[in-house]
Design a protein around this ligand. Sequence first.
Ligand SMILES: NC(=O)c1ccc[n+]([C@@H]2O[C@H](COP(=O)([O-])OP(=O)(O)OC[C@H]3O[C@@H](n4cnc5c(N)ncnc54)[C@H](O)[C@@H]3O)[C@@H](O)[C@H]2O)c1
Length: 235
Amino acid sequence: MGEGIVRAFTKMGAAVVSLDVNTTLGSAIADEAGASFQSCDVSDETSVHEAFAAATATLGGLDVLVHAAGVAPAAPAAETDVELWQQVLAVNATGTFLTNRAAFPHLKENGGRIINFASAAGMNGYPGKSAYAAAKGAVLAWTRSIATEWAPFGITANAMAPMIWTSMYDKTRSEMSPEQLAAHDAKIRAMIPIGGKLGDIQQDLVPVVAFLSGEGSRFMTGQTFSVDGGKNMVR
Ligand SMILES: NC(=O)c1ccc[n+]([C@@H]2O[C@H](COP(=O)([O-])OP(=O)(O)OC[C@H]3O[C@@H](n4cnc5c(N)ncnc54)[C@H](O)[C@@H]3O)[C@@H](O)[C@H]2O)c1
């Protein structure tokens, strides 16, 4: 989704610096898209500090932070070891905290937007990915907290709960047996009223992120946007 947003936002005329721990792929995508690139491990305080210093110098400030980095390894709750737990929390939860905190001094100059990628897992739990669900719960609670604390500076902070077909989802699918995959697809068909499968990055996700990045969303903060074909309704 980060790739899709970088490609779409540059096309829309935004000045974009793309950050990723995968320097080879990230810089190739940024080059193609006409964006700049900074290598960054969002779980590492020094790396985040250096990447944000370089990125904001390139841009001459900051209007919008989209934080779409994440990892979602599978493990039954009882077999989750401390190493896996810490790795998942480090990228998803600590990464959100570090990038958001690094963006704050720049955004507070003129107001701005923070869009964090959470997950329905953070609301409903995710059997088989409980560390991931816990990390995304932290993303939601953090996002609501800064939405209030940083509102006086004209900064809004919102969270995404997407169900979008990406390489992360391809990886999740590759970890399933053929029987599990068939059962999964049947469940997804029943769960997603619009289309019966995960959505498309450019058609379904990008327009919402673009809206949340612009002036039209200035009165919306601390919200979780389910871009999921109607899977996650309040009932
Ligand atoms: N795909 C979905 O439907 C779905 C559902 C719910 C939540 N999400 C969340 O949305 C976000 C984007 O998901 P995606 O499907 O595009 O995932 P993806 O795996 O396709 O992309 C994740 C990106 O994060 C980068 N990354 C991983 N660790 C990093 C680190 N330490 N520092 C910097 N970059 C790092 C990866 O290199 C990759 O480019 C994630 O936070 C994910 O948890 C996705």
